[in-house]
Design a protein around this ligand. Sequence first.
Ligand SMILES: [Zn+2]
Length: 88
Amino acid sequence: MVPMRSCIACRSRESSKELLHLVVIDGQVTPDPDRILSGRGAWLHPRCFEVAKARRSFHRAFKSGGDLLTAELELYLKPSLMITKEQK
Ligand SMILES: [Zn+2]
């Protein structure tokens, strides 16, 4: 049985294999593909990153009142985002 998780952007239930695990470290949303980091986690489809950013889903998911930085996550996701665009 694969655990089911909800994407913070589109809210659909999904196998955790399809979702990227995220944690916040020092205000930075950090990708945790190996799920080894502790702390409050959230789950996101890699393709839903832009939606999550636009909807401020990160702030909601991490219950953060302050600024959250997504640069590190964006860097991590950029290659796959470019591949997705090329496939369209
Ligand atoms: Zn999603």
